[in-house]
Design a protein. Structure first.
Length: 149
Protein backbone atom coordinates (compact mmCIF):
# COMPACT_ATOMS: atom_id res chain seq x y z
CA UNK A 1 0.00 0.00 0.00
CA UNK A 2 1.48 3.32 -1.03
CA UNK A 3 1.41 6.35 1.22
CA UNK A 4 0.95 9.71 -0.43
CA UNK A 5 3.82 11.73 0.93
CA UNK A 6 3.04 15.22 2.05
CA UNK A 7 4.61 17.62 -0.41
CA UNK A 8 3.32 21.06 0.47
CA UNK A 9 6.73 22.62 -0.16
CA UNK A 10 6.85 21.09 -3.62
CA UNK A 11 3.31 22.26 -4.38
CA UNK A 12 4.15 25.79 -3.26
CA UNK A 13 7.26 25.90 -5.44
CA UNK A 14 5.35 24.49 -8.43
CA UNK A 15 2.69 27.14 -7.87
CA UNK A 16 5.32 29.89 -7.81
CA UNK A 17 6.82 28.50 -11.02
CA UNK A 18 3.40 28.65 -12.69
CA UNK A 19 2.86 32.24 -11.54
CA UNK A 20 6.24 33.33 -12.84
CA UNK A 21 5.71 31.55 -16.15
CA UNK A 22 2.31 33.18 -16.54
CA UNK A 23 4.04 36.54 -16.33
CA UNK A 24 6.81 35.58 -18.72
CA UNK A 25 4.27 34.30 -21.21
CA UNK A 26 2.22 37.41 -20.55
CA UNK A 27 -1.04 35.60 -19.97
CA UNK A 28 -3.55 38.27 -18.96
CA UNK A 29 -6.31 35.71 -18.42
CA UNK A 30 -4.48 33.86 -15.65
CA UNK A 31 -6.36 33.94 -12.35
CA UNK A 32 -3.08 34.66 -10.63
CA UNK A 33 -1.93 37.40 -12.97
CA UNK A 34 -2.75 40.10 -10.40
CA UNK A 35 0.07 38.98 -8.11
CA UNK A 36 2.78 39.59 -10.66
CA UNK A 37 1.00 41.81 -13.11
CA UNK A 38 3.50 44.12 -14.81
CA UNK A 39 1.13 47.03 -14.17
CA UNK A 40 1.81 46.50 -10.48
CA UNK A 41 5.51 46.33 -11.43
CA UNK A 42 6.16 43.34 -9.23
CA UNK A 43 8.19 41.67 -11.92
CA UNK A 44 8.56 37.98 -12.63
CA UNK A 45 10.09 36.68 -9.43
CA UNK A 46 8.62 35.48 -6.15
CA UNK A 47 11.60 35.25 -3.79
CA UNK A 48 11.52 32.60 -1.09
CA UNK A 49 13.48 30.90 1.67
CA UNK A 50 13.52 27.11 2.19
CA UNK A 51 13.81 25.55 5.64
CA UNK A 52 15.31 22.21 6.56
CA UNK A 53 13.96 19.89 9.23
CA UNK A 54 15.99 21.72 11.88
CA UNK A 55 14.23 25.00 10.97
CA UNK A 56 17.45 26.27 9.47
CA UNK A 57 17.23 28.21 6.23
CA UNK A 58 19.00 26.62 3.29
CA UNK A 59 22.17 28.62 2.59
CA UNK A 60 23.81 28.44 -0.84
CA UNK A 61 27.01 29.93 -2.18
CA UNK A 62 27.50 31.92 -5.37
CA UNK A 63 30.65 32.75 -7.30
CA UNK A 64 32.85 30.56 -5.11
CA UNK A 65 36.49 31.32 -5.88
CA UNK A 66 35.36 34.55 -7.56
CA UNK A 67 35.92 33.04 -11.01
CA UNK A 68 33.32 35.37 -12.49
CA UNK A 69 33.31 39.13 -12.10
CA UNK A 70 31.98 40.09 -8.71
CA UNK A 71 32.25 38.87 -5.15
CA UNK A 72 31.70 35.47 -3.63
CA UNK A 73 28.46 35.53 -1.63
CA UNK A 74 26.05 33.36 0.30
CA UNK A 75 22.29 33.65 0.37
CA UNK A 76 19.11 32.15 1.75
CA UNK A 77 16.96 33.67 -1.02
CA UNK A 78 15.99 31.82 -4.15
CA UNK A 79 13.96 32.04 -7.33
CA UNK A 80 12.53 28.89 -8.87
CA UNK A 81 13.70 28.36 -12.45
CA UNK A 82 12.38 24.90 -13.16
CA UNK A 83 10.62 22.08 -11.31
CA UNK A 84 11.05 18.53 -12.53
CA UNK A 85 9.37 15.89 -10.34
CA UNK A 86 10.57 16.59 -6.81
CA UNK A 87 13.75 18.27 -7.99
CA UNK A 88 14.02 21.96 -8.69
CA UNK A 89 16.58 24.25 -10.21
CA UNK A 90 16.76 27.38 -8.09
CA UNK A 91 18.71 30.50 -8.92
CA UNK A 92 20.40 32.37 -6.11
CA UNK A 93 19.21 35.86 -5.25
CA UNK A 94 21.93 38.10 -3.90
CA UNK A 95 20.84 40.29 -0.98
CA UNK A 96 21.88 43.86 -0.26
CA UNK A 97 21.24 46.16 2.66
CA UNK A 98 20.13 49.76 2.27
CA UNK A 99 23.75 50.87 1.79
CA UNK A 100 24.29 48.43 -1.11
CA UNK A 101 26.46 46.10 0.98
CA UNK A 102 26.12 42.38 0.27
CA UNK A 103 24.64 40.56 3.25
CA UNK A 104 26.14 37.47 4.83
CA UNK A 105 23.68 34.81 6.00
CA UNK A 106 26.03 32.82 8.15
CA UNK A 107 24.86 35.46 10.64
CA UNK A 108 21.22 34.86 11.60
CA UNK A 109 20.35 38.50 12.28
CA UNK A 110 20.92 39.72 8.75
CA UNK A 111 17.50 38.86 7.28
CA UNK A 112 15.95 42.00 8.72
CA UNK A 113 18.57 44.14 7.03
CA UNK A 114 17.58 42.96 3.56
CA UNK A 115 16.61 45.91 1.42
CA UNK A 116 17.04 44.59 -2.10
CA UNK A 117 17.36 41.23 -3.84
CA UNK A 118 18.89 40.77 -7.28
CA UNK A 119 18.74 37.81 -9.62
CA UNK A 120 22.00 36.04 -10.43
CA UNK A 121 23.02 33.33 -12.88
CA UNK A 122 24.12 30.99 -10.09
CA UNK A 123 21.89 27.97 -9.60
CA UNK A 124 21.52 25.00 -7.30
CA UNK A 125 19.61 21.76 -7.72
CA UNK A 126 17.48 20.79 -4.73
CA UNK A 127 15.26 17.89 -3.79
CA UNK A 128 12.07 19.62 -2.68
CA UNK A 129 11.03 16.64 -0.56
CA UNK A 130 13.95 17.41 1.77
CA UNK A 131 12.44 20.68 3.00
CA UNK A 132 9.85 21.25 5.68
CA UNK A 133 8.83 24.81 5.02
CA UNK A 134 8.90 27.53 2.41
CA UNK A 135 8.68 31.20 3.27
CA UNK A 136 7.55 33.40 0.37
CA UNK A 137 8.66 37.01 0.33
CA UNK A 138 7.34 40.16 -1.26
CA UNK A 139 8.26 40.38 -4.96
CA UNK A 140 8.90 44.09 -4.43
CA UNK A 141 12.22 43.21 -2.79
CA UNK A 142 13.59 42.40 -6.24
CA UNK A 143 15.62 45.31 -7.60
CA UNK A 144 14.10 47.60 -4.98
CA UNK A 145 15.27 51.21 -5.17
CA UNK A 146 15.18 54.17 -2.84
CA UNK A 147 12.35 56.61 -3.33
CA UNK A 148 13.54 60.14 -2.72
CA UNK A 149 10.81 62.54 -1.76
Amino acid sequence: MSHKTSCCVREAIENIEELQNAVEEDCPTSCHSKLLSPTHSLGDTVPFVLFTSKSNPLVAFGNVGELDNGPCFNTVFFRVEKVHDSCATLSLLIAFDEHKHILDFTDKDTVCEVFRLEKTNYCIEVDLDCFCAVNCLNPRLINRTHHHH
